[in-house]
Design a protein around this ligand. Structure first.
Ligand SMILES: C[S@@+](CC[C@H](N)C(=O)[O-])C[C@H]1O[C@@H](n2cnc3c(N)ncnc32)[C@H](O)[C@@H]1O
Length: 635
């Protein structure tokens, strides 16, 4: 039997590989170090001689299994995402997404579609306290192991392991799980994006070191201490702790930390008013006793009062202080009309005193003092209980915490996407929906959550939730239902282009629709020929049209928000148009066994169009015509 050549370029059968694409970029930068497609390390060393640190000792951060964790990044994915419309709300119009599956496999499928698209990542991974369960990656067959685990294959899965402190690889196991996931997360962040990671004392130090390596130490924005409102660990030999942390990094050094809008209470401080609006004023002179002239001599200079007299920063009783800014900034403030001179009684007589004006309009609170007034974990548990009726999820994060992060990082009107890839009960999705309702924002969310089984005798299982993914999805559905109730009669809140997006689309991690080559072992020629013939159909038995279209779209780098519409003017064939509005790209796809020339003619294809169909559907003549007319790809 001879293998036939495909009649067009083949649609890729695996998700785009991050590693391969990085090597391609490297080839462009250093073409001279490649010999027959492989890197020649001697040449690379020569090329980078100046930059090489030849010293035997250097700073490094490593753990048992790090090499394998990096290798895992390079294992291509054989998976796809299948839509689950019956579990979604407003599937066809929403931009919000919930994906059920192992986040690493999902990242491998999605990284190209969402590369540099995510404004905010918030995660609350397992803290590795010994009590929580760590997903264990299987390097040789990551997808197979996941499918077994999630019950999509009938063997017993054995993927989640508890990681007790006594285990010889306690920290290493956690680090190996986190490393590839954080690595992918960085690829998805926008240049002006940021990541917030909740963590406690157990892995804080390791997380910082790992994030320094992945995100760059120069992008560390801070480590926020948060009062949890509950105390843990008092019974062990350590201090009890009532805090956890948020470790924050930006994607690049260009990131500007935003603030949150001032509250009504803050606004009362802006009690003065002029033609530009409400303002408050502060003395230009630093008024603290510790602000002495000799410590900052450059900040002691004369300013000119409205009557032409020279004024120095001199406090009561002749104490020599300093101004808030240097002479250059003072000049700018003057030009911008932000210096106000007031007649003030000082040392018994009226004198000119300069003030700086701070206008209310557009002012925000900076993040540093913002975390003390937030709800603790008890409130978070009540929030979930109120919505789902019972206490079915342990340790969710408070909505107020995530809303504050959203306010600091995201804008209200730029469709900013927030990703949470350890979604749990989906507090992040809840917060996005609630904040959008409050400030009219159009933020979107992507949740990823493992179908981690709920414990056999748990309240959650008794209430009908077999996995944490089910809890997360139900929480989102109930939040949407509540919001719809409150919107009734007020305005049109149907999800759509201009309205509030009260929907979410569910996808599930599943095995690819492409048949994988398992080899043909049968020695009997007839059985061998039959197996080979089967393999000639690249799609698996029982494939579904919509699932294949989504798989092709993702492999072509389209996002999950892409629109799939039947081209209705054609009757002879089922042809679908797939459009990714955000990226301004589209393609046509037809999965019929036989394509009629007339049907394709109706599409009026030209070189800008991508047309995808099954290889077997084309005659040689039609394939040649199509290849001349447009960009033809075959399955
Ligand atoms: C601490 S919880 C997150 C809680 C969440 N912040 C909330 O407020 O509900 C961490 C979640 O990550 C999930 N998880 C662990 N490993 C995962 C993986 N490989 N992929 C996706 N989710 C995972 C666990 O099932 C768990 O529900």
């Amino acid at each position: 039997m001879t293998t036939k050549q495909p009649k067009g370029k083949l649609v890729s059968k695996t998700a785009p590989n991050l590693f391969t694409e990085r090597i391609e970029e490297f080839k462009v930068l250093f073409p001279e170090v490649f010999t027959e497609g492989k890197i020649d390390f001697d040449k690379l060393k020569q090329a980078l001689e100046e930059e090489t640190d030849g010293k035997p000792e250097r700073y490094s951060f490593t753990w048992a299994g790090k090499r394998d964790a990096i290798r895992l990044l390079q294992v291509p994915s054989r998976a796809t995402l299948e839509p689950a419309k019956d579990e979604s709300v407003n599937f066809d119009s929403t931009h919000n997404v919930f994906i059920e599956g192992d986040n690493l496999e999902i990242f491998k499928i999605l990284w190209k579609s969402y590369f540099g698209q995510i404004k905010l990542i918030y995660i609350d991974p397992p803290y590795n306290t010994g009590a929580d369960i760590i997903y264990q990656d299987n390097y040789s067959d990551p997808l197979g192991t996941y499918l077994t685990f999630s019950g999509q294959k009938d063997l017993d899965g054995n993927l989640l392991i508890s990681n007790p402190e006594t285990s010889g690889r306690y920290h290493s196991t956690w680090l190996s799980m986190m490393y590839p996931r954080l690595f992918f997360a960085r690829q998805l962040l926008r240049d002006d994006g940021a990541i917030f990671v909740s963590i406690d004392d157990t892995e804080l130090a390791n997380l910082r070191l790992m994030m320094n390596e992945i995100f760059g130490e120069e992008n560390f924005l801070g480590c926020v201490v948060r009062a949890t409102g509950t105390t843990t660990g008092q019974d062990s030999r350590r201090f009890g702790s009532s805090f956890d942390y948020l470790v924050v990094y930006s994607k690049s050094t260009g990131y500007e930390v935003g603030g949150v809008p001032l509250s009504e209470e803050d606004a009362t401080r802006f009690s003065e008013e002029d033609e530009k609006g409400r303002y408050s004023s502060l003395q230009l002179r630093k008024t603290g006793r510790a602000d002495r002239r000799e410590d900052r001599p450059a900040m002691y200079y004369p300013t000119e009062a409205p009557d032409g007299t020279k004024v120095f920063p001199i406090g009561p009783g002749g104490y020599e202080s300093r101004w808030r800014c240097g002479p250059q900034t003072y000049k700018r403030l003057m030009m911008e009309g932000l210096i106000e001179w007031k007649r003030v009684k000082k040392d018994g007589k009226e004198q000119w005193v300069p003030y700086v004006k701070y206008y209310f309009e557009g002012r925000e609170k900076r993040p540093s003092p913002l975390w003390i007034d937030l709800d603790g974990n008890k409130k978070a548990t009540i929030e979930v209980k109120e919505l789902l009726g019972e206490r079915i999820f342990d340790n969710p994060k408070p909505i107020a915490l995530i809303k504050r992060i959203l306010q600091i990082v995201t804008e209200t009107d730029t469709n900013d996407i927030t990703l949470d890839f350890f979604a749990g009960s989906c507090t992040t999705a809840h917060s996005v929906l609630e904040l959008n309702r409050e400030d009219g924002g159009n933020r979107q969310f992507i949740m990823m959550q493992l179908p981690e089984p709920t414990p056999e005798d748990s309240t959650a299982r008794k209430a009908g939730y077999n996995s944490i993914a089910e809890i997360g999805k139900e929480r989102i559905r109930r939040v949407i239902a509540e919001m719809n109730k409150h919107a009734e009669g007020k305005m049109n809140f149907n999800s759509g282009e201009s309205g509030e997006d009260l929907g979410f689309k569910v996808f599930k991690l599943a095995e690819s629709n492409y048949r994988s080559w398992t080899g043909v072992e049968d020695k009997d020629p007839e059985a061998y020929a039959k197996q080979m013939e089967l393999y000639l159909d690249p799609l698996v038995e029982g494939w579904q049209e919509e699932n294949v279209i989504y798989e092709v779209a993702l492999k072509e780098g389209y996002s999950l928000g892409c629109l799939i519409e039947k081209v209705d003017k054609i009757t002879e064939n089922n042809i679908w148009g797939v459009t990714d509005k955000d990226k301004g790209q589209s393609f046509y796809i037809c999965l019929d066994d036989d394509i009629k020339e007339d049907a394709v003619k109706t599409l009026e294809l030209n070189a800008d169009y991508l047309f995808i169909c099954r290889d077997k559907a084309l005659t040689d003549e039609l394939a040649a015509n199509l290849a001349l007319q447009c960009n033809l790809k075959v399955i």
